[in-house]
Design a protein around this ligand. Structure first.
Ligand SMILES: [Zn+2]
Length: 312
């Protein structure tokens, strides 16, 4: 052990160590543990929370592990997690789903638990996502917004909350029983602040949307409701990476407009709308798409600004 320490630099702390034997008499273990000044241990023992030295094919061997999980989960409250944390938890849980072989019967083929959405029977997040997009989103009457990984999850979550009327707009706050002096739009003061008004019909939003339309070479006049905004890319028949990039631009727009609205209320900042659309939506979406997708947008900033759909 001294040689091991000198060659590796790893010193063994004998006070924290135990000596165990496999098929060795207990008196012998006792003798050597006294000699080395360490404890005499026995199998099975626990290492990093897992039982070592017992048969892991037995259900009872897993009991301490399951009990540990249950004791942690009982204290866990979903409401204490941020939206990003919940997303990570859902994603990890889905990825950790395992297909289990059922107990095989002698002479018969074994039963299997298989994932019906994949031909291989193995679970994949992509198949789940496709089923969700194709089935549940089409059935959802409120909005059929797609998830995109081209923007940070906080921006996607914000778009999802917008589409499901979950943002604390003035009208939503009133519905939740909060009395406000005025329900007028924080940006123009003209109409009541609903999601539809704030992100689509408000003159400030309208002007930014028209700019985005001009930038992408499309007409924004067909966008009259929030749901039109979420379907805009599909209506324009954008496909693949172009559709994803366009969606990322829309989500970036929702995020930045909401930030601008909050800035106006809470820090009385009043940025010019031209600066807002020209620099921020273009720059943020460019940076986010560039760092998150395989398609190379690097060194194509000018192309992105002049003709974004030609980048893909
Ligand atoms: Zn307005």
């Amino acid at each position: 052990m001294r040689c091991f320490y000198l060659s590796s630099g790893l010193k063994i702390n004998l006070n924290k160590s135990s000596l165990m034997g496999v098929c060795v008499d207990s008196s012998e273990i006792e003798f050597f543990s006294n000699k080395f000044h360490c404890k005499a241990g026995s199998l099975p023992f626990t290492y990093l929370g897992l039982p070592i030295g017992c048969s892991m094919n037995r259900c009872e061997s897993w009991e301490p592990v399951l009990n540990k999980f249950l004791s942690k989960l009982s204290n866990w409250k979903a409401s204490n997690l941020s939206s990003g944390g919940r997303l990570v938890l859902i994603s990890v849980t889905l990825k950790c789903l395992v297909t289990l072989d059922a107990q095989s019967l002698p002479g018969e083929t074994s039963d299997k638990v298989a994932w019906a959405l994949e031909r291989s029977g193995q679970f994949t997040v992509a198949s789940m996502r496709k089923a969700y997009d194709d089935f549940y989103l089409k059935k959802s009457s409120r909005s059929n917004l797609m998830w995109t990984n081209r923007v940070p999850s906080k921006v996607s979550i914000h778009a999802w909350r917008t589409g499901h009327c979950r943002l604390p707009t003035k009208c939503n706050l009133q519905k939740r029983g909060i009395n406000l002096l005025s329900l007028d739009c924080s940006l123009c003061g003209g109409e009541e602040e609903t999601e539809d008004h704030l992100f689509v019909r408000c003159p400030v939003a309208r002007s930014v949307l028209n700019d985005i339309g001009r930038w992408w070479g499309v007409n924004a006049s067909s966008v009259n409701h929030l749901r039109d905004l979420f379907q805009w890319g599909q209506v324009l028949n954008f496909k693949g990476d172009t559709l994803k990039a366009f969606l990322a631009v829309i989500y970036t727009y929702l995020w930045l407009l909401w930030k601008m609205r909050n800035g106006k209320i809470f820090s009385s900042s009043d940025r010019g709308k031209d600066l807002f659309v020209n620099s921020q939506v273009q720059a943020y979406s460019f940076f986010w798409i560039k760092t998150r997708s395989r398609c190379s947008l690097a060194n194509r900033w000018l192309q992105w600004c002049c003709s974004p759909s030609s980048c893909f």
